[in-house]
Design a protein around this ligand. Sequence first.
Ligand code: GTP
Ligand code: MG
Length: 137
Amino acid sequence: GNRTFTMIKPDAVKAGHIGGILAKINDAGFRIVAMKLTKLSTEKAGEFYEVHKERPFYGELVEFMSSGPIVAAVLEKDNAVEDFRTLIGATNPAEAAPGTIRALYAKSIGENAVHGADSDENAAREASFHFAATEMF
Ligand code: GTP
Ligand code: MG
């Protein structure tokens, strides 16, 4: 697949890292297909992260993801899903490889700066959750 879906999470938006993160994304060769600054309601955040609803951190995750504005975007590149997950690094910034977005900008395992879709199927589902077909270029 050649598209992935990402969000710059509330911690990174609040800390002023939108520009730094977009520069890393650009330098890694991704093309922006769709992008917006938006805010998730708790209901929408709960729906977006529904796959995690049985996990112990679900409540905290939904609360955090609806705590402030996010940047949602669809990105295009060969092997987009896998290459983007390499660019962002491990979920826990303490384990993220040097130079990755999470190593540079994440605060903790929960407040970890960015989201990256984990499969082509989820990338497509997440893109259409946030964008109409007419908003993707
Ligand atoms: P995403 O790209 O955001 O999906 O992260 P991921 O694929 O690296 O991790 P995963 O899908 O397993 O978890 C989704 C998100 O839940 C993580 O990015 C964190 O924000 C949050 N999360 C995961 N594990 C923990 C945890 O142990 N504690 C807390 N508070 N949050 C967690
Ligand atoms: Mg995930």
